[in-house]
Design a protein around this ligand. Structure first.
Ligand code: NI
Ligand code: MN
Length: 229
């Protein structure tokens, strides 16, 4: 499979037959190299309700007919707009045509402003996902701090790759993400959720050096670059 980093928390996982987009924040994202109107996919996973993760999910789902995979509240919100949506919750997994998606813990918020900066809509609890595709486990942490249960995630689903936020302020910074690598023990680790704004500016190469010491192979992807698994 091919995994392309579309910047911030957005990745596109492509198999021969399927295209799974995660956290499609493209419009208004200063690092995005593709625009929302040109992305093709048949599934969209959303980790939580913050606007920099829900992003263009509704518009892309409306245009492509893609099914949204998210917590119950986000799935219900999009389902009520007539979009295809599959709700799940922490600890639950479901077999989709592309593979399995399991929703796992994340510690964060999940309110949604719908891009209006308005009163936040309650969008349930934040999550991460473990996707099992072509026999490989891929973890997308969403937005979170490090937490000890990451050890269990890695034990139950030996990880080929982990996509971890490193930008600090809203999520783990480099120190916590390094601890996450030690707990998760992924073969490869890809930093995400950094340098989109000044508030989350960090040096991904500094994380890469720490991740290598912690036993994982760091893969720093420029926006638009891909990784083959
Ligand atoms: Ni967030
Ligand atoms: Mn975020």
């Amino acid at each position: 499979m091919k995994i392309t980093y579309l910047s911030h928390s957005c990745i596109l996982i492509e198999t021969g037959e399927h295209r799974l987009l995660v956290d499609p924040f493209l419009t208004g994202n200063p690092l995005a190299t593709v625009d929302a109107a040109s992305v093709d996919c048949d599934y969209i996973a959303i980790t939580h309700g913050h606007d920099d993760h829900v992003g263009d999910a509704g518009d892309i789902a409306r245009r492509t007919g893609a099914t949204i995979i998210a917590n119950y509240e986000i799935a219900t919100y999009f389902g009520s707009q007539g979009l295809k949506a599959h709700g799940m919750y922490h600890g639950g997994k479901w077999q989709f045509p592309f593979g399995t998606a399991k929703m796992v813990l994340a510690h964060h918020g999940s309110g949604y402003s719908g891009g209006n900066e308005g009163p936040l809509r309650y969008m349930g609890s934040p999550a991460g996902f473990v996707f099992t595709i072509e026999g490989k486990n891929i973890y997308h942490a969403g937005d979170t701090c490090v937490f000890l249960e990451m050890e269990l995630i890695g034990r139950m689903h030996p990880l080929e790759a982990a996509f971890l936020p490193i930008g600090d302020n809203f999520t783990m910074g480099i120190d916590e993400a390094t601890e996450a690598v030690k707990l998760l023990k992924p073969r490869k680790v890809v930093p995400i959720h950094y340098n989109t704004w000044e508030l989350i500016a960090v040096d991904p190469q500094a994380f890469a050096a720490r991740a290598r010491e912690a036993g994982a192979e760091p893969v720093v992807l420029a926006p638009g670059a891909s990784l083959e698994l």
